[in-house]
Design a protein around this ligand. Structure first.
Ligand SMILES: Nc1ncnc2c1ncn2[C@@H]1O[C@H](COP(=O)(O)OP(=O)(O)O)[C@@H](O)[C@H]1O
Ligand SMILES: [Mg+2]
Length: 439
């Protein structure tokens, strides 16, 4: 057993939820699938020949509510690069990971430049020069490429995307400067990509998806529940596979909480059931589990790692507070202004509903009172009911599963929203309350 590590524990608490978890559990099928796609894109033995690598349509979309563990999956992809000896089926050639955030991708350069640097840091400036020259030709003549000045919006946007220039640059590289391993282009917060299919950024994503350059690239997009819809809008569909991220299993939850104690040297022997009962209200939701660890860690600092001296009633109460505050953050102003409607919809929502069922529920639940009508901010929308449902998905109240039906990813969030609406006790089909959130 390790010694108790107060310094490391303090650091973990201080760094907060954005850090990699001390123990990463589950998600094997997602990681294996991405790794398999990346391996398939790599055609060893032919790497010295042009136009040989890659696979069209091997994009992977990792989606789930806030706190489900999407960014952690992307971070884990990076570990493959750093831990060559990890036992679980690593390929002899390890992929490199280019980890980007959609917030930093406003134009094609924001994607193509880091990609060029990863392919050949020394020669990337040549691509930048080539691309800038192509663009500046257009700027001096009114904002678009001279050769497409009279063209359609689509051809202008295609020209601006720099796909041809990137291909020209790739083909100009001497064989020894080309990629020697597959690359996973992982983009986080991809729900922010709200582009039409012919926009320059969408064009570059399509080029990655369609294997336009015959390079060993795999595109992975991670984002909230509406990411698959946004990807569809950008036409990243053919062959793309969706991976939904949600709760960890009870076994994985135990693994995380016990692994936490082990990592920081708190002796949990004999406390296994106690710990499992403490972590149980997390429902396996990763973000809750992070707070279960942070709250426990804070108390362990006070007892110098002695589990025997912990006040479990206090711990349970503190952990519950963290869940309520997460739900408050997740309840957007739009949901709050329509808290009656949100509550009624969530009370009548059932796992396995199709979108048409949810539309019916929303229509049935609307009333004249302002908090039971659709939010005013949607009044200009051509389909406010669908937009309201999309918003519930975006906020993590409901989630679309891979078979296109919907479910509530965190049952206690649903109970919280129902409770916030102060519905009449007789509300039809009201979902049962969750006593784990009671004060
Ligand atoms: N597989 C996992 N095992 C253990 N903890 C996890 C796992 N995935 C996520 N977490 C923890 O849950 C929290 C939320 O994860 P994060 O990846 O930031 O979620 P998202 O990107 O979906 O909002 C983080 O504190 C992270 O450490
Ligand atoms: Mg994230």
């Amino acid at each position: 057993m390790n010694e108790f590590q107060p310094r490391a524990l303090e650091k973990f608490i201080l760094r907060g939820e954005k850090e990699a978890p001390p123990v990463f559990a589950g998600r094997d099928h997602i990681l294996d699938d991405i790794l398999a796609a990346s391996k398939e894109s790599w055609k060893p033995g032919t790497w010295f020949r042009e136009d040989s690598h890659g696979m069209a349509g091997n994009t992977r979309i990792v989606h789930g509510a806030p706190g489900a563990g999407k960014s952690s999956v992307l971070r884990k992809l990076g570990d493959w690069e750093m831990t060559p000896s990890a036992a679980s089926g690593l390929p002899t050639v390890r992929p490199k990971v280019l980890l980007l955030n959609s917030a930093g991708i406003e134009s094609p350069t924001d994607l193509l430049e880091p990609l060029a640097e990863l392919v050949s840091a020394r020669r990337a400036p040549d691509f930048v020069k080539l691309y800038e020259r192509h663009l500046s030709l257009g700027v001096s003549l009114g904002g678009v490429g001279v050769n497409v000045k009279a063209g359609t919006r689509e051809s202008r946007n295609f020209s601006l995307a720099g796909i041809k220039q990137f291909g020209t640059w790739i083909r100009s590289l001497p064989w020894h400067a080309r990629l020697r391993c597959p690359v996973i282009v992982a983009i986080d917060e991809a729900q922010r990509f709200d582009h039409d299919a012919d926009s320059p950024v969408a064009r570059v994503l399509q080029a990655l998806h369609d294997n336009a350059w015959s390079l060993p690239l795999t595109l992975v997009l991670a984002g909230l529940g509406d990411t698959p819809d946004k990807s569809r809008k950008m036409q990243l569909t053919r062959g793309a596979r969706l991976h939904e991220v949600g709760c960890l299993s009870a076994g994985e939850t135990r693994q995380v909480i016990q692994g936490f104690c082990r990592t920081f040297g708190a002796n949990a022997e004999g406390f296994e059931d106690r710990l499992a009962a403490y972590a149980e209200p997390s429902e396996g939701w990763p973000r809750h589990l992070h707070f279960a660890q942070a709250v426990l860690g804070q108390e362990l600092l006070g007892t110098h790692g002695d589990m025997q001296a912990l006040d479990w009633t206090f711990l349970n109460a503190e952990f519950r507070k963290s869940r309520v505050s997460y739900y408050r953050d997740q309840q957007s102003p739009m949901m709050e202004s329509a808290n009656g409607l949100t509550a009624a919809v969530m009370a009548q929502f059932r796992d396995g509903m199709e979108i048409s069922d949810i539309v019916n529920v929303v229509n049935k639940c609307q009333r004249k009172d302002s908090n039971f009508s659709l939010p005013k901010s949607l009044s200009g929308s051509p389909d406010p009911v669908l937009d309201f449902i999309s918003h519930l998905v975006h906020q993590g109240a409901i989630q679309k599963s891979d078979d296109s039906t919907y479910y509530s990813p965190i049952p206690s969030f649903r109970s919280f929203l129902v409770k916030r609406g102060n519905l009449d006790p007789g509300t039809e089909n009201a979902a049962p309350g969750d006593s784990r959130l009671d004060p």
